[in-house]
Design a protein around this ligand. Structure first.
Ligand code: F3S
Length: 62
């Protein structure tokens, strides 16, 4: 699974980095994806982060 954070859309709320720090980190006032392929162990937290993002900036794909 891969994740993308739309830099135009992210408002820097930091929820994703708090709930799934293995995958997301803050760079300046935006979140970025820190790994190319999300390990299976982190699927759940990545999904939760995507759902929790208030502006739907996170897209997950297979
Ligand atoms: Fe940005 Fe959404 Fe994360 S606003 S900081 S991508 S939860």
């Amino acid at each position: 699974m891969k994740a993308v954070v739309d830099q135009q859309t992210c408002i820097g709320c930091t929820l994703c980095t708090q709930s799934c720090a293995d995958v997301f980190e803050m760079k300046g006032d935006k979140a970025i994806v820190r790994i190319d392929r999300i390990p299976q162990d982190d699927y759940d937290c990545a999904r939760q982060a995507a759902e929790a993002c208030p502006v739907q900036a996170i897209t997950l794909s297979a």
